[in-house]
Design a protein. Structure first.
Lengths: 336, 336
DNA sequence: CTGAAAGCGCTTACAG
DNA sequence: CTGAAAGCGCTTACAG
């Protein structure tokens, strides 16, 4: 910048003014400076700029990992939207590890202005009384209480809608694959399980705990094993359920596999719905009816909340809820 | 930092020395400083540090998008490996746009020490004579000539192996779905098409251009349309090919759909292999034999190359080639 | 082993 | 409309 100033014969201040469109500058001077900038290939140093202005136009995106739930499409949406506003995003993979999630909160993502965090391992306490309440927006499916702004997908409502859909299409015994038996949790699984219960209650059906199947993880094999086990005592015969709501998409693919192997037609004998945002849902056979998060809207709101927080500092806490959408495909009956 | 220095009663320099483990410091002083750091919750400002040391421990990752080829798993690998070394990575989505790719090269990713770029729209000229040869590592499937270090997946070799596999399993007419008819290109499609030709030549078969099917894009629908068109003139009858090598995985899923619809058994009548790193390959029916890039190794080598380049500046250019792996699944005959 | 000074490349008041 | 000075929070020679 000093070189540019020298070349034009003005002070650094003036160059700074031109580059940042700050203050008033004579039009001729502007042109001269612009020309010199071009000629010398000058690029402002973002570090020096940030050191003063205390703002780097960078946000940290702390996700457990790209393979987790709808993280991949959510991250893609954040990258896109941020890029459009000239904001850089630095990835902060937490691996679903509490220590790393805490570290994100403490360290505020290094050189970023704020952080977008999807908490997974953080306890309710951690969130309620966090180490440092810097500009932070929580996002995800969890139900949390904290001093931070947040953007949550309405998983309870969506799960309820999914079960209602299944009941409406004739199902009466819906397996909740990957659900959480114990009530009162705040994880994505717990939140969705609540919706499952609500739907049954609202429909006047009774809740059968044996239909809530917990799985060690949410991989395809877990879904396969769980459904295969339910069918084992009844080779070819009875099917103790007529629908499956899988709380993570890979579980559903495993379930489809187990059902196919056991000769249970989908959706004829068993209808299947899954939470998921992957394209896989279209590729499977039959294609899968899914409940998908509106990641684009979530990214949009989260980014807006964060930039507002960075700009304004003290401002009332916002909590945004974003609905999910049910995409009907071949694994459920079409509404007759 | 000044506060810490004041609290302990030493100079900033000493605090700096302790924090960075630079120079020699009295052990008692070290302890005192550490205590004060802890007590005051001091965190070094990475901007100020970077302004001096001219290094931010940040790299930019410029990819066309998470949905493109093996970008998603590659990005995940880069995030993981970088995190393990305390390097931050800022995403720079280019959208496969030449201007944005050029911008990455010019601007060197803002506050990052260097950039990992997967060029897609950049021309051979752009790469040969780039705007600014800062620390940069090119990565991807393209065959490029440039002053930069690079990490390339050996797509030609892999395509050749895939065709050899098909021929070895009895195929004689292999459709190349998403191939590039025109020779001499340097895109991923062109590079893979070369392998296809090589394999045929090596096996003494003749190259039939009608089997090279170009597709407007690489989506599922493109694959579906292309294969459906090939089968249209022959309803239920002849099948003018007995294998498909799809150059992008979605194309293969579309192809499977078209084949299923036309009643052509896979792999009985037609065997299918696809380039791809997605888990979708396992979920489809039948599951898909794929050629997958070793993204972890690519990420590892690219990061190593970049940090070496950042550290050393002038050093001979490195070009690393990483092999791909064929994962056999149900869409091809098992080797009898 | 430790300190005082200069400086990284910008921006922010403060003058004019 | 423009400039000279101070300063952002560190590190880098240079002394001692």
């Amino acid at each position: 910048m000093r070189d540019v100033a020298a070349a034009v014969g003005v002070s650094v201040k003036t160059v700074s003014n031109v580059v940042n469109a700050t203050g008033q500058v004579n039009e001729a001077t502007v042109r001269a400076v612009r020309a010199a900038v071009e000629k010398l290939g000058y690029r402002p140093n973002p570090l020096a700029r940030g050191l003063n202005s205390r703002t780097t136009d960078t946000v940290a995106l702390a996700l457990p990992g790209l393979g987790y739930g709808y993280c991949a499409p959510l991250a893609a949406a954040v990258f896109d939207l941020a890029e459009a506003e000239g904001i850089s995003v630095v990835m902060e993979p937490t691996g679903g590890d509490r220590e790393r999630e805490l570290e994100v909160l403490r360290n505020r993502g290094g050189l970023s202005d704020g952080v977008l965090l999807m908490p997974t391992a953080l306890t309710a306490r951690d969130l309620k009384d966090p180490p440092s309440p810097g500009p932070t927006v929580l996002l995800g499916s969890r139900r949390v209480e904290s001093p931070f702004d947040s953007v949550a997908s309405q998983d309870t409502v969506a799960a309820e809608a999914a079960v209602r859909l299944l009941l409406g299409r004739g199902a009466s015994r819906v397996v909740l694959l990957g659900g959480e038996r114990k009530a009162g949790g705040d994880s994505a699984a717990a939140v969705r399980t609540d919706g499952y219960r609500h739907a049954l209650t609202a429909a006047g059906r009774k809740f059968d705990p044996s239909l809530v199947v917990e799985t060690p993880r949410s991989f395809r094999d877990d879904g396969y094993a769980a459904i295969a086990r339910l069918l084992t005592p009844l080779p070819g015969g009875e099917t103790p359920f007529d629908a499956v709501l899988a709380l993570e998409e890979p579980l559903a693919h495993g379930a489809l596999h187990a059902l196919r192997e056991a000769g249970r037609d989908v959706p004829g004998r068993v209808q299947v719905v899954a939470f998921g945002n992957d394209e896989d849902a279209e590729y499977s056979w039959p294609s899968l009816t899914t409940v998908q998060a509106d990641v684009r809207t979530m990214a949009r709101r989260a980014l807006d909340l964060l930039t507002a927080r960075v700009r304004e500092g003290a401002r009332p806490r916002s909590h945004v809820e974003v609905p999910l959408t049910i995409i009907e495909r071949e694994s459920t009956f079409s509404y007759a």
